[in-house]
Design a protein around this ligand. Structure first.
Ligand code: URA
Length: 357
């Protein structure tokens, strides 16, 4: 995996401020000149001054948090020491931010969307994250593991088809899998909306596991796990469609060797945490999961759903439980609109920017 170059220890203040805040260099220079930036305990007025990237920075209007009056930062007794405590080190801001989110339903993986919540709004309280993007896309009604980061190279490495990062999905289906499904998934399914056959995928029916559950524990529907490394638009749903099954609930439970049973957010839909470098490596460690491991992930997901806030439940799950098909129709319309707007959900350019159609 490509690594970012280590940042230099001493950097121009205006550059650092612009990077941390996402402001233009001009805007940053003006705030610095107006006395709005404290480095360590010192107000520095010259944007060209070189400062240590490990010094805490407090920037008026960005992370001063001392109310609407910018002057309060500098003029009130004791305010400066409070401000220093709020400081963001440039080193922290300059290094890549890598989060693992357990994506809730009803959020879209896009930079902007007029009609839906976008995933990155869940990170609003993160102080120094101004450029976060999703590494790949999950449908609006799909839940589960999603990397959200400002590291374009990492996004590329996770989503580029030739990197073949392995992902595992659990799907609840409307009917039992036909006998030929496992072989058809392995051979590579052709969907009429796609030019090429999908790459082979490993399909594991999970429903037999429910015979081992206590009476009354048996969930509705038929469950299966899919392990694949491609990420085409609606791929899992479309593969099941071609064997005559409808996906009623879909969740991603593993990326590489990192899965819901090992990740901190596994049992908490809507939660995220910062990945360690070792965990980032796990994303690229391909793993062929056995039935017992898939069952453990299914149990972990069930626990997450049982404890999730209502708004985080996949809408199709709620609809299926209440027997309503209206919501399904609404979601199909939304999916069609998203497909038209986005193209394939794995299409990201070399810089990690999503291609807009
Ligand atoms: N496949 C799908 O059909 N939907 C997703 O969200 C991810 C994979």
């Amino acid at each position: 995996m490509a690594k970012k170059a280590a940042p230099k220890e001493m950097q121009r203040l205006d550059k650092i401020v612009a990077h941390i805040t996402g402001w233009s260099r001009q805007q940053a220079t003006k705030v610095i000149r107006d006395g709005g930036v404290v480095v360590g305990e010192e107000v520095i007025l010259n944007g060209a001054a070189k400062v240590s990237i490990s010094a805490p920075l407090v920037i008026a209007g960005f992370n001063d948090d001392l109310g609407d009056d910018d002057d309060a930062l500098w003029l009130e007794d004791g305010a400066e020491s409070d401000a220093v405590a709020l400081g963001v080190s440039a080193q922290e801001a300059l290094s890549a931010q890598v989060f693992l989110l357990n994506k809730p339903a009803n959020y879209v993986c896009a930079d902007r969307d007029k009609n839906h919540n976008v995933v990155t709004t869940l990170f609003r309280s993160e102080r120094n994250c101004t450029n976060l993007h999703c590494a790949g896309r999950l449908d609006i009604d799909t839940t589960g593991l999603l990397v959200v980061t400002d590291d374009g190279a990492l996004i590329h490495n996770i989503t580029a088809p030739r990197k073949e990062v392995n992902k595992v999905y659990l799907a609840r289906l409307d009917r039992a899998l036909p006998k030929h499904a496992v072989r058809r998934f392995a051979d590579g399914i052709k969907h009429p909306e796609e030019d090429k056959r999908y790459q082979g995928a490993k399909l594991t029916p999970l429903t037999p596991l429910f015979h081992e559950l206590e009476d009354g524990e048996s969930p509705q529907g038929h469950w299966a796990a899919v392990q694949l490394s491609q990420g085409r638009f609606h791929q899992v749903k479309r593969m099941f469609e071609m064997v005559g099954c409808e996906v009623q609930e879909l969740t991603r439970v593993a990326i590489g060797a990192l899965n819901v049973t090992s990740a901190q957010v596994g049992t908490s839909i809507g939660a995220y945490y910062r990945l360690t470098p070792e965990e980032v490596e796990l994303l690229f460690t391909n793993k062929d999961y056995e039935l017992s491991e898939l069952e453990a992930m299914w149990r972990c997901y069930q626990e997450a759903v049982a404890t999730a806030e209502l708004c985080y439940l996949p809408p199709k799950l709620s609809a299926a439980r209440s027997g309503s098909s209206e919501l399904d129709a609404a979601l199909d319309d939304e999916d069609a609109a998203l497909e038209a707007a986005q193209g394939d959900f794995d299409e990201v350019d070399a810089e990690g920017n999503f291609r807009i159609y």
